[in-house]
Write a new protein. Structure first.
Length: 475
């Protein structure tokens, strides 16, 4: 898994003037995949383009990926290299699944990333740059994202955002407020402002949906008519899910308070410098969002569960051809053993094929389950580190670790060790205490492997055999 990596640039925080720089055609992405794969000698390459970032995913790259990645998209290495982030192995895998679920998107919880993941793999496959491993990882990330989107409401709005808006409006007399957008957040804010005595108008791109979504006592207007309302309101709150500005520098005049709640800025930041305009940008990391955090925790629990399965599969993936071969041989052996019975009952070729396929799938399933169990085993190193001068039992020789050869003098490092056989972490044989009994070298290697049980003894006053699990292998 450590051979999987990602390098990328998140450009949504760099300003809208850079957005066009990262608008690449499918042909450009296809050519970039081929360029990066050739330059880095990677096994596979996938380039992912989203509304806020561009990433290159690679498998077993033999050289640095960053410069070939930037050059493949005609991006200046000197100008953009410092903006590149990189991850490998487990960290990259966790990033992929979180990204797929919309947890890293400026539009938190959005689901468009799912189709973008699929498009990235499709282009890579078309360019001949995909691999079974990268396709599997992206496919599993999409599956997890769909499961999260269908079971967790990631776009649930928090009352703390309405508190923020209300605080910003506290200096204004109760008047007319325009809310741009009809998202759950926009509806929450509108309902709060109406309850506080404000007159509120809300925009809808499709007025036919207004009857279903419009909060009580809020007026619905067409999104295209928002500019006509600017001269009649004291403040504008924008909370859409779009990627384009709802208000631009040229479209706004007069004295107005503008509050931007969108993940990707809804309101042109240059308006902050315009006379008479006060622009307030909501920062999600400055306001507690308990409902979002609760939803995020639920999503992360699903992600972690699916990642455990992915990690297990990757750990035994190399054994898949052998498993398939053994399952096929076992299914053939079953037909061989049942030959006389099948002949006696005049079994058809169709029945023989059904028996073969059923047996092959059953044997495969059992072998896969066995490998999954083995991959889930955790291994712990409990040995104590040997240190020079370390003391053991009273009367035993101390540990002495002395540099005998050095890289500087002989060209290699070699340490002389001196200590007793009873030092630090060790195993004693019966011969240690009992005359005529076996020494360690007489035991076969398999004797030193056994099942281990982890027990919680914090509430036990006495530890006896009755406290052990009901299995002979642990007694």
């Amino acid at each position: 898994m450590m051979e999987i990596g990602v390098a990328g640039i998140r450009f949504d925080q760099l300003g809208s003037e850079h957005f066009a720089t990262f608008a690449f055609s499918e042909e450009q992405v296809l050519d970039a995949c081929v360029h990066v794969k050739r330059r880095t000698q990677s096994t596979a390459v996938v380039i992912l383009c989203t509304c806020d970032r561009i990433e290159v995913w690679y498998e077993r790259a033999k050289t640095d990926v960053v410069e070939p990645f930037l050059r493949s998209l005609s991006l200046s290495v000197l100008g953009w290299k410092e903006q590149v982030y990189q991850m490998h192995g487990q960290e990259a895998l966790h990033h992929l699944f979180s990204l797929g679920c919309g947890l890293l998107s400026p539009l938190f919880g959005e689901d468009q990333i799912i189709s973008q993941l699929q498009a990235g793999v499709a282009i890579s496959r078309h360019a001949g740059c995909a691999s079974p491993v990268l396709e599997y990882l992206f496919r599993e990330a999409v599956t997890t994202a769909k499961r999260v989107q269908s079971s967790v409401d990631l776009q649930v709005p928090d009352q703390s955002v309405a508190d923020f808006v209300e605080a910003q409006l506290s200096s204004l007399a109760l008047g007319h407020i325009l809310v741009i957008g009809s998202s759950a957040l926009a509806r929450l804010v509108s309902a709060r402002l109406v309850s506080k005595g404000y007159e509120v108008s809300m925009t809808f791109r499709d007025l036919e949906k207004a009857d279903l979504l419009l909060p009580d006592h809020v007026k619905a207007i067409a999104y295209a008519q928002r500019f006509a309302q600017l001269g009649e309101v004291e403040a504008v709150v924008s909370a859409t899910k779009g990627m384009e500005y709802t208000l631009t520098y040229e479209q706004v005049e007069g004295n107005l308070l503008l509050i931007d709640l969108a993940g990707v800025p809804d309101i042109d930041p240059k308006l902050a410098d315009k006379e008479g305009i006060t622009l307030v940008r909501f920062q999600a990391d400055h306001v507690p969002l308990p409902r979002r955090e609760e939803a995020k925790a639920a999503a992360m629990a699903l992600i972690e569960a699916d990642l455990d399965k992915v990690k297990a599969y990757l750990s035994y993936r190399k054994d898949v051809p052998l498993i398939q071969e053994r399952a096929e041989q076992a299914a053939l052996d079953l037909l061989y053993r049942l030959h006389h019975q099948l002949k006696e009952y005049k079994a058809s070729d169709e029945l023989r094929q059904i028996l073969y396929e059923s047996a092959r799938k059953a044997f495969s399933h059992q072998l896969y389950e066995q490998k999954k169990g083995e991959s889930s085993l955790k291994r712990f190193d409990l040995t104590k580190v040997l240190e020079d001068g370390q003391q053991g039992y009273a009367g035993d020789p101390p540990v002495s670790l002395t540099a005998f050869h050095t890289r500087e003098k002989e060209g290699w490092n070699l340490t002389q060790l001196s200590f007793g056989s009873h030092t630090s972490t060790h195993m004693d044989s019966p011969h240690h205490m009992l005359e005529g009994n076996r020494s360690l070298d007489t035991y076969p290697p398999e004797r030193f492997f056994a099942t281990a049980y982890v027990m919680d003894c914090t509430k036990l006053e006495v530890l006896g055999t009755s406290s052990l699990p009901p299995s002979r292998s642990c007694i």
